[in-house]
Design a protein around this ligand. Structure first.
Ligand code: BG6
Length: 475
């Protein structure tokens, strides 16, 4: 990345995503000297703003070194999203920068921190800036939501696909930028032990859980249009499922890995309301209920919690339920993959053995632990449950864990699409939940009310139990 001149455009520069994620990640990459020396960032948006005002807006979100040097590389461009002439003006500014840089090769990265409703016009107008040539690449980073269901997602994909080849489109799913998710291929395919155990022969059930201790809090306008299934499960959790469940790829090249993810997603049976527990939080513990959020439409039947059983129809996973659970306004912040093994027979001990569990903790405090049975230490010969524990910050002291967005933006700069969602993957993930989403939209589902700050609807625990999950006693 050193010998090229890089011009980045953050479209939607005055928005929340740009402020909270795009600019801070760019700054962290800059401060860690991971971007080319010759770099410039244009913030593009409709508001009337000076360079200084944009810098003042993002500065409080930046941490660490080289903040002022970074901000010097950021300037503001005011433009409309539907005005081709504004994009021509942007192109001229980019060309001027490139002339100044005087590099042999150039890269242009467009980060669309914008609602997808404006993607079609923005991507059309961007064509003038995003041409490629032997000395220049151009890439577009786009964020979800990519549509609202299979049909609308396909429509958006067709529109973008008519404008740009797949190699220029980087569909971001920031869960693919998290440490534990990126560790999955090595963990699974670099360890003979795990490789041998990773199937229905030894595994009883897998739970992928996402919990947040806060509600929509002012984001209700966005959230209500989508709901928890589209917001978290269709994208983040199904992506995690894909890397946990895929068959071994031929190589670690982006296309080989993405091929396997698509294959396993295509093996998932479509889910229906009968496979789920859906919920919506109500006020409790001094916190307001979902319907009390002033940005939420009155009487909304949008789910803020879902626990869904997915079944993968292939030899490896026949009979192993994947229980994907996501909820807002719960008792804690947590995201983890919990792999519960079948119990050993225990015949020689004449007792029932507790099940082994391998827990991959995505956040907070990344780690992996494995629940095992062992002899109580000392004179005793009693059996006890303990865990083999690897917590990253303890094992790797002083480790700086980069934010998911940082890793993914750097991958986009390098042209590595491994951790971006390919078009056919996106399609396969929508297909699994499409029927369910239509049932929810038609109001044909049972929405259980659950209190803010609790564990969610009790039915979710019952569902996991019915699917074979055993909560170990005394643990
Ligand atoms: C976003 C969702 O994609 O992911 C949010 O829209 C959610 O609703 C967020 O809060 C969670 O991301 P993270 O990285 O904080 O777990």
């Amino acid at each position: 990345t050193k010998r090229i001149g890089l011009v980045i455009v953050v479209l939607g520069a005055s928005g929340d995503l740009a402020k909270k994620k795009s600019f801070p990640s760019l700054h962290a990459l800059f401060a860690n000297k991971l971007l080319p020396n010759k770099v410039h960032i244009f913030g593009y948006a409709r508001s009337d703003m000076s360079d200084e005002k944009l810098r003042d807006r993002i500065k409080p979100m930046l941490k660490g070194e080289a903040i002022d040097e970074f901000l010097q590389c950021v300037t503001y461009v005011r433009g409309k999203y539907d005005a081709p002439e504004d994009f021509s003006a942007l192109n001229e500014l980019m060309q001027r920068k490139e002339t100044e840089f005087d590099c042999a090769r150039h890269g242009r990265l467009f980060y669309l921190a914008l609602p997808p409703s404006v993607y079609p016009e923005v991507c059309t107008n961007l064509k003038v800036c995003a041409d490629e040539s032997p000395v220049r690449w151009s890439r577009l980073v786009v964020e979800k939501p990519f549509g609202k269901d299979l049909a609308s997602s396909e429509e958006l994909a067709n529109t973008l696909g008519a404008l740009y080849p797949e190699s220029q489109l980087y569909r971001i799913d920031h869960y693919l930028g998290k440490e534990i998710v990126q560790n999955m291929p090595i963990l699974r395919f670099g360890n003979m032990g795990f490789m041998a155990m990773w199937s229905a022969e030894y595994i009883s059930n897998i739970q992928i859980t996402f919990k947040e201790p806060f509600g929509t809090e002012g984001r209700g306008g966005y959230f209500d249009e989508f709901g928890i299934v589209r917001d978290v499960i269709q994208n983040h959790l199904l992506q995690v499922l894909a890397v946990v469940a895929m068959e071994p790829p031929r190589s670690n090249k982006a296309e080989d890995i993405r091929d396997q993810k698509v294959k396993v997603l295509n093996c998932i049976d479509k889910v229906r309301a009968a496979d789920c527990v859906l919920g919506q939080y109500v006020g409790a513990n001094g916190k307001p209920g979902y319907l009390e959020d002033s940005t939420v439409p009155a009487g909304s039947v949008c789910p803020t919690f879902a626990s869904i059983v997915f079944r993968i129809n292939n030899d490896r996973w026949k009979g192993v339920p994947f229980i994907l659970k996501a909820g807002k306004a719960l008792d804690e912040r947590k995201c983890e993959v919990r792999i519960q093994f079948k119990e050993a027979s225990g015949h020689m001990f004449d007792t029932k053995m507790a099940r082994n569990e391998l827990v991959l903790r995505i956040q907070p405090d990344e780690g992996m632990w494995w629940k095992v049975n062992m002899k109580e230490p000392g004179m005793s010969s009693k059996m006890v449950i303990t865990e083999l524990d690897m917590t990253y910050h303890q094992r790797y002291e002083g480790l700086r864990m980069p934010d998911a967005y940082e890793r993914l933006i750097l991958d986009a700069v390098k042209g590595d699409q491994q951790y971006f969602v390919r078009r056919d993957e996106l399609r396969a993930a929508w297909a699994c939940v499409d029927d369910l989403l239509h049932e929810i939209d038609a109001g044909k589902v049972n929405l259980v009310k659950y209190p803010y700050g609790g564990r969610g609807p009790p039915g979710a625990d019952a569902l996991a139990k019915a699917e074979g999950f055993v909560r170990s006693e005394g643990y």
